[in-house]
Design a protein around this ligand. Structure first.
Ligand SMILES: [Mg+2]
Length: 253
């Protein structure tokens, strides 16, 4: 396992499942693997550009488009929470650099965006959401731009808060508090569930929420604390689970 230099978990009050009223759920890489979806969406976008903006497609393969997007992100830290706008700006700059119609950036983005919603849930997710949803209010909390309706989550989640609408991204405490406000609950009544140690676990804890770190076997290479200590922190408000089925069991759902 890779390790990252991460702070000790801020302490929150001990909890039992009975004190938890709602779960906020990270989406990408918690409910579905986002990598294959993004690879496919980038490819479909490139195919669309080849037909509609051939000079741009020829000059900007997937790799070079990614490099440009990273450059845009460096120049526009004010948009770090808004992946949609970063992608639109990137497309406009690529089209402009190739002398093609920058207005094509919007329909081009739409092609990417539609494909980006076509996710395949991890196999444990559907049943686990059923079980968890009978006991807790479930709510989405994402830095990405997945949409509940298009990804099949509308039936399970009461709503969601995204970094784009909130104006800040995880691990900023304000996005966690925005979710709690929408739920009408105090942070101590909410357990946040996510795959990213720094964004989901440390972020949630700093905001006063409880936390569950979903550490799927196929993603065990992802950064986490060097000592793996959070497995022992149930009593202090933290769970580490291999998937959502285990989470449902641990929460008695
Ligand atoms: Mg995630």
């Amino acid at each position: 396992m890779m390790s990252i230099d991460c702070p000790a978990l801020p302490s929150v009050s001990p909890w039992s499942a009975g004190t938890i009223r709602a779960l906020t759920l990270d989406l990408d890489d918690t409910l579905w693997p986002v990598g294959p979806t993004l690879v496919r969406a980038e490819r479909l976008l490139h195919d669309w550009l080849r037909a509609q903006a051939p000079a741009t497609a020829a000059a900007f393969g997937v790799e070079r488009m990614l490099a440009l997007r990273q450059d845009v992100a460096r120049r526009r830290p004010d948009l770090a929470h808004d992946l949609t706008e970063l992608r639109r700006i990137t497309l406009r700059e690529a089209l402009a650099a190739c002398g093609e119609d920058v207005a094509l950036a919007d329909p081009a983005f739409d092609v990417f965006f539609a494909a980006r919603q076509q996710v395949t849930w991890y196999e444990d997710v559907a049943e686990a959401l059923e079980r968890l949803g009978r006991r807790f209010v479930l709510f989405g909390l994402t830095n990405g731009n997945a949409e509940l309706g298009a990804t099949g989550l509308s039936a399970h989640l009461a709503g969601s808060v995204g970094a784009r609408e909130c104006g800040v991204a995880k691990p900023d405490a304000r996005i966690f508090h925005a979710a709690c406000a929408r739920l009408g609950l105090a942070p101590a009544q909410v357990l946040h569930v996510g795959d990213d140690w720094a964004l989901d676990v440390v972020g949630a804890r700093r905001a006063g929420l409880h936390s569950a770190w979903v550490r799927r076997p196929d993603a065990a290479h992802r950064p986490g604390p060097a000592d793996g200590r959070p497995d022992d922190e149930h009593a202090a408000g933290h769970l580490t689970v291999a998937d959502l089925r285990v989470l449902a069991e641990r929460l008695g759902a």
